[in-house]
Design a binder for this molecule. Sequence first.
Ligand code: ATP
Length: 201
Amino acid sequence: SDYVVGVSGGIGSGKTTVTDLFAQKNIEVIDADVIARQVVEPNTPALNQIVKKFGPNIVNSQGQLDRAQLRKLIFAKPELKNWLNDLLHPLIRQQMLEQTQQAKSVYCLLSVPLLVENNLVNLVDRVLIVDVEEQVQIQRSVLRDNSNEQQIRAIMQAQVSREERLKVADDVIDNNHDLGHLIPQIDKLHLEYLALADLTK
Ligand code: ATP
């Protein structure tokens, strides 16, 4: 696709729910979380570098990266964290560009939870933010992840605020209500994006 809509929102805001609805209209969805796992699959150059740096115990018997262990090892170690980000971020960015360019739909969605945090707004043609009130966000996340309010609040603290996210939005989806309230918003945006994509041709 020549037209890329970046989708973002905080934890439990409804990014997946929203992108699934666009996918039902045959719009291709590229997910940054999937790409972040792809670049460290067994036998990739990036994983080989990580093994060199952290030792062979950072992968399990199937050769897969032990993400939980890696997270613990870099926790509160800015040097290691930076080393890892410098290795992975350019690869992830490159894959985002390649996969969006290869998408066949008139426009495509690039779902990036940390779009604002990781300075990726300039990678997309338009920014769509899925917005919910904090109370709703916490309630839905706790239900889904089987976690408690404190854990969800800690993750929210590490993300930009709702206000900062809304500042970069071209479009906002209000996901405070039920599906019946969500679907008409998707239908309207879909028509808008088809028209915008058409203009870039
Ligand atoms: P994360 O980034 O944390 O993975 P997300 O932004 O992709 O989350 P979803 O997984 O789509 O969010 O939604 C979070 C939870 O809230 C899910 O359990 C989902 O089914 C539920 N949910 C999303 N939208 C609604 C809605 N409009 N009404 C009721 N429940 C909803």
